[in-house]
Each structure stands twice: as C-alpha cells, then as structure tokens.
Design a protein around this ligand. Structure first.
Ligand code: NDP
Ligand code: MG
Length: 394
C-alpha cells in the first residue's frame, strides 16, 4: 500500500470511530457530517456516554456500535436505537469493531492506554489507522511500529500530523531535528510554589485547545508534551534528542522539521483538531477545510520560548522514560493516568502528579517490550503502585 486506500473508485471511505463521544470523536463526526459525500460512518464505540452514542448512531445510520464499559450495557438509551442495530459490549468490543470487513479506516480516539489493544488490532489488518490515541505509541510503540505498512498509520495528534506533512516529499535521513511545538499550557512561567496550589478548575482551562479532561491536565503539567515526544520518537524513528520542544504560545505553528541545509519547514494553520482529523481521512489528498481559515494579516505575533523542565517535572520524567525506553514509558503513562484521575477527584495536588509518576518509575525494573500481555501486567502494577503512592501522600 502506498498511501491511497484501496476503496473502489468513487466509493466512500468507510470509517469506524472508537471513542466517538469524546472531544476528538465528536469533532471527527463533524468532519464526517461536512464530507458526507466522501465519508461513511459504519461503526462507533463509546465507554459510558451511551445517550450520545445512540444519538450519533441514529444520525449517521450506523448499525453496529460498541459500549466498552459493561456497566453501561443496559442503559435505557439503547432502546432508542434503530431496529436491527448490533450492540457489542465489553472491553474487547472496540477491537471487534476494528476488524469488521466493511471498515476501511479506524480512528482510535479512546483516551489512555485503553486504546492500545484497538490500535494493535487495526495493524493486524490492512485498514488505515487514524491515530489520536498517543498513549498507544507511548506504551506499545516498540510493538506497533514494526507492524505498520507504508501509509497505513496517519497521526491525528496535531503536532504529529504537522511533522508528518513536513516530512512529505523530503528524504527523512536528511532531517536534522524536529521542533515539537507546545502552547506552554495555562501555567506558563509559574513557579513550583504557585503550581502546588492549582485546582482542577484552574487546570481545566486550557488557553488554546478545547479537549477532554485527561489531556487538558496533561497539557497543564506538560506531561502531554513529554508523551508527544515519545510518540514522535516512535512515529518518525528518531531518538529523544532529535526532538526539541519549543514553546509557541499561540498554537499556530503546529510543529517544524529542520533539514541538514538549515531550511526549516513548518506547518501552520488554525488551532482546530478537525483539520488533522480530516487529513488522516483524506490523505494523500486535501479536501475543503472543516474549520475557519487563519488570516495572517490579523494574527499579530508568533512567540517562541524554552520549556522549563525543572518546574514542569513531567517533561523531564517523560524524557527519562523515552531515553531508557523498554517498559518505562508504560509505567510513566499508567502512573500518570492514575495521578491525573486522583487530581481531578481532589485526592492529590497538582504537584503530586509528577511525584507519584517519579515514585513508580523509580520502583520499576525496566524490561524490553515483548508483548501486549506483558505491557498489560506492567500497566496494572504501575496503577497499583501509583494508588499506594497517592494514599501515602494524603
Ligand atoms: P475524551 O476524554 O474527550 O474522550 C475519550 C473517549 O474515549 C470517549 O469517547 C470515552 O467514552 C472513551 N473512553 C474512555 N475510557 C475508555 C476505555 N477505558 N475504553 C474505551 N473507551 C474509553 O478524550 P479526547 O477526545 O480529548 O482524547 C482522545 C485521545 O486523543 C487521547 O489519547 C488524547 O491524548 C488524544 N488527543 C486529543 C486531542 C484533543 O484535542 N482532544 C488532541 C490530540 C490528541 P465515554 O465518553 O462514552 O465515556
Ligand atoms: Mg498534540
């Protein structure tokens, strides 16, 4: 496969959206709505928001859905599904949706390590993987990347979509560095002492992107940028040192690739996730924009700065995990998921997040990545260890 999907001439691209009720999922549905002549939604999954799942299934005429949280298997909203709609239930249901013959492209927009099994399942087929779930690569990049066929995996994360596009038509071995842009989050320039008093509602107010709760907190701690560096390391087959984080407060430069001759190719555009989502569907083509265009005459300035990894410790911890590799990024990610959930629930402070992650990383004996089962065991260990560390701090 060279990149174009093998759909019949003029046929619509048949899409499965896993995590259709989240921020990315809802924006993906909007892209499908705007390009209904090219895209057909054929399967949808959600974890708990069954009402929204059912509404989307009805709007898009989808006759196969998955509810991944068994606690929601009998939600009354399911009664409103069109007759004959197939409902799969349980953790494995999203994987089943990916493998159906009538799906050409799977958007994995599940949050957290829970997305890994589905990403791996897509790569067992020749379907396209439109990957928003960065945790899949952070945790399982060593297993996933060797399975990717040329043009099969199109990143949706805005920076990685940008980098992917900056590499197009170039010789990858002539690249000198990747400049991974970072908004800096709502607490840019703050001290450690100020951070220790941050509340969930402070942290949920991101300056430029409107996202799900977990990634919004990750953006505030800069763990998101740390996870993205590991994601880029796998996607583009480079070392951590090759990827430099640069603060770009306006989130208008989505990332850059610098080449040997000093030329730097940047990707700019609106801060709207529908653009990279759509590109993952349209690649290698470009369709009309799903979002308002940027008028550069009125944009004002573009600012750049250096991240402060001493204050935003998550960035430094992710760098350690990405340098050591093996199972350490799995521990980083699982501990972070638990600590972020605890912060949102009010059982740990903002600065406890990096402390908990560091404790788990220190206590882990790193192994080479061997299998999804091994990663699931280590993920479970890290979650238990993180819960103990949180209990010990409160
Ligand atoms: P949200 O929290 O908004 O949505 C998450 C989705 O995953 C929901 O549909 C949710 O279902 C589902 N889900 C939650 N837990 C599970 C589980 N255990 N198993 C299966 N499905 C589950 O997240 P976002 O849309 O913000 O992010 C999704 C992914 O995309 C993340 O990996 C994130 O890092 C990445 N991403 C997001 C960006 C953004 O702008 N939001 C930008 C770049 C990357 P339900 O709601 O029904 O419970
Ligand atoms: Mg991103």
């Amino acid at each position: 496969m060279t990149g174009s999907l093998d759909t019949a001439c003029g046929a619509k691209l048949r899409i499965a959206i896993l995590g259709c009720t989240g921020s990315i999922g809802v924006q993906a549905l909007d892209v499908c709505r705007q390009h209904a002549d090219r895209l057909e939604v054929v399967a949808l999954s959600a974890h708990s928001r069954v009402r929204e799942l059912v509404d989307a299934a009805r709007e898009f005429g989808v006759d196969r859905i998955a509810v991944t949280d068994p606690a929601h298997a009998h939600d009354p909203a399911l009664a409103d599904l069109a007759d004959g709609t197939q409902v799969l239930v349980g953790e494995h249901a999203a994987v089943e949706l990916c493998q159906a013959d009538d799906v050409d492209c799977v958007l994995v927009a599940i949050v957290g390590a829970a997305g890994l099994a589905a990403s791996a399942a897509v790569l067992e087929t020749d379907k396209r993987l439109a990957l928003a779930n960065k945790e899949s690569l952070v945790v399982g990049g060593d297993l996933l990347m060797p399975r990717v066929r040329p043009g099969q995996l199109i990143p949706v994360d805005s920076e990685h979509s940008a980098i992917f596009q900056c590499y197009r038509g170039e010789k990858a071995d002539q690249a000198h560095a990747i400049w991974l842009t970072c908004s800096g989050g709502p607490f840019y320039g703050w001290t450690r002492d100020q951070l220790s008093r941050v509340t969930p509602s402070d942290a949920l107010a991101h300056p430029t992107w409107n996202m799900g709760a977990k990634i919004t907190i990750d953006s505030a701690t800069l763990m998101n940028k740390g996870l993205e560096r590991i994601e880029a390391m796998h996607l583009f087959g480079v070392d951590m040192e090759f990827i430099r984080v640069v603060i770009q407060r306006q989130s208008k430069i989505h990332s850059m690739v610098e080449y040997e001759d000093g030329s730097v190719i940047a990707h700019l555009g609106a801060s709207d996730m529908r653009i990279p989502i759509q590109y993952a569907f349209s690649y290698p083509d470009r369709w009309s924009t799903p979002a308002p265009r940027v008028d550069f005459r009125t944009l004002g300035s573009l600012d750049f700065g250096e991240p402060d990894a001493d204050t935003f410790r998550c960035l430094a911890l992710a760098e350690d995990a990405g340098r050591v590799r093996g199972t350490l990024p799995c521990v980083l990610n699982a501990a972070n998921e638990v600590a972020v959930a605890a912060f949102l629930a009010g059982t740990c402070s903002f600065t406890d997040i990096d402390a908990v992650v560091e404790t788990c990383m220190d206590d882990h004996d790193v192994q080479p990545v061997q299998s999804l089962e091994q990663l699931a065991d280590i993920d479970a260990w890290a979650r238990r260890r993180a819960a103990e560390a949180i209990a010990a701090r409160s």
